[in-house]
Design a binder for this molecule. Structure first.
Ligand SMILES: O=C(O)c1ccccc1NCC(=O)[C@H](O)[C@H](O)COP(=O)(O)O
Length: 403
């Protein structure tokens, strides 16, 4: 550990939040990352030291470091805002910014708090790295979003995107046609809680089987690292002529992802209240409306549900029966959240409720329908079947296809 002290830069970010410590905790671990590809600016950056004195950085390296410090500060502010709304998921690791470079490696001294507290937090931290395209090795995984394009380029690409289709309309129509909750059938190869769900995974074939089997809409996993999904899958399903509207099942943390999803043919996106502060949800719901995307806002407990109900303009809310921090499944969560005053508000506003996760039998469907959902999101129980279309009739206990 002694040797690590010599890696410390004399300059650190000026603390701007009263609750934040003015210096880093003692390092417990050394993290090696591939050096990020900051361009070397010839501008001057001002960085303040712990004692408040300012220093001017002229080299590209120091500017890059100053930028990273600022980026880290923004992340910490996001964590504080989220925590004040009862959000347990921290947007970024609470470690200090990188402190030194040696050769092609960037050294970062880590605090004990740098370990994600649960799988959802790990996914979010990974997504933050992916989306901001900081090339980095996380464990043995070296990922970079292949197609990070500036927003101006994405906006241009929107002109050629296939038109957005009516996701809620499709769910309502299915519900009216069958008298059962409209099905959002999930195209998912793997998940953190269940591992590989289907070895022989052909997304287009599965999507077509779901459509034929009576699904109203599809949910397509696009996260690569934890779900073995991709935007190529989403695009391929859309291009294959599947008519069911498509939900891009992604961990959205940045509005850029909404534009990206739309250019790839998504009709709807998932916004997770356990991850996104209120202001982000409000802002993203507005962008979704501008893009013609439907926002499915997902909650898991009363606090999240009340936060979402306080936001105007939300038309589709999912109750996830799976606790994404512990993987625990309990379909009575749907019933619990829809009882009493909250259920009344939902009915008055005509919001469509979606029961998500852990639905395997006709009894499960009847239970959540009785609780008040007009739609369900189902993955495991149907994607694992050799014929996923047949999986749908098994799930409902009858054939719900159009015939
Ligand atoms: O399913 C997981 O392991 C998981 C872990 C962390 C974040 C999200 C996760 N799942 C997303 C979902 O909730 C499901 O894919 C979806 O609701 C379908 O659930 P199921 O029918 O139980 O496959």
């Amino acid at each position: 550990m002694e040797g690590l002290a010599s890696l410390k830069t004399p300059f650190q970010a000026t603390p701007f939040l009263s609750s934040r410590p003015t210096s880093w905790n003692p390092p417990t671990q050394l993290n090696f990352c591939k050096r990020s590809s900051f361009s070397t600016f010839s501008v001057r950056a001002q960085v303040e030291s712990n004692d408040g004195s300012a220093a001017v950085a002229t080299s590209g390296e120091s500017v890059a470091e100053a930028l990273k410090i600022k980026e880290w500060e923004v992340g910490m502010l996001q964590n504080e805002v989220a925590a004040s709304q009862g959000i347990r998921i921290r947007r970024r690791p609470p470690t200090g910014p990188p402190l030194h470079y040696v050769g092609p490696f960037q050294f970062r001294l880590q605090n004990e708090g740098n370990t994600p507290r649960n799988i959802l937090e790990e996914i979010v931290w990974n997504k933050d790295t992916e989306v901001s395209q900081i090339e980095c090795i996380i464990g043995d995984y070296d990922f970079q979003l292949k197609e990070r394009k500036p927003l101006s380029v994405l906006k241009k690409a929107l002109e050629n995107a296939p038109p957005a289709r009516d996701f809620i309309g499709a769910l309502r129509a299915a519900n009216e046609r069958t008298g059962l909750p409209g099905l959002i059938a999930e195209v998912k190869k793997a998940s953190p809680s269940r591992g590989i769900l289907r070895e022989n995974f052909d997304p287009v074939e599965i999507a077509q089987a779901y459509e034929k089997g009576g699904a109203a809409c599809l949910s397509v996993l696009t996260d690569a690292k934890y779900f073995k999904g991709s935007f190529e899958n989403l695009e391929a399903i859309r291009k294959a002529g599947v008519k069911c509207p498509l939900l891009c099942k992604e961990f959205i943390i940045d509005a850029w992802q909404l534009y990206y999803a739309r250019t790839k043919g998504a009709d709807a996106v998932l916004l997770i209240a356990a991850v996104l502060p209120d202001l982000d949800i409000k802002y993203m719901v507005k962008i979704c409306k501008l893009l013609g995307l439907t926002a499915l806002v997902e909650v898991h407990d009363e606090t999240e549900f009340d936060r979402v109900l306080a936001i105007e303009g939300i038309e589709l809310i999912g109750i996830n029966n799976r606790n994404l921090e512990t993987f625990e499944l309990d379909i009575s969560i749907t019933k619990k959240l829809l009882e009493g005053e909250r259920g009344k508000i939902i009915r008055e506003r005509g919001i469509i409720m979606v029961g998500e996760s852990g639905l395997f039998t006709p009894d499960d469907i009847a239970y959540v329908q009785e609780a008040g959902v007009k739609a369900i999101l189902v993955g495991e129980s149907i994607v694992k079947q050799s014929d996923p279309g047949k999986g749908i009739s098994n799930l409902f206990g009858k054939d719900i296809s159009m015939g």
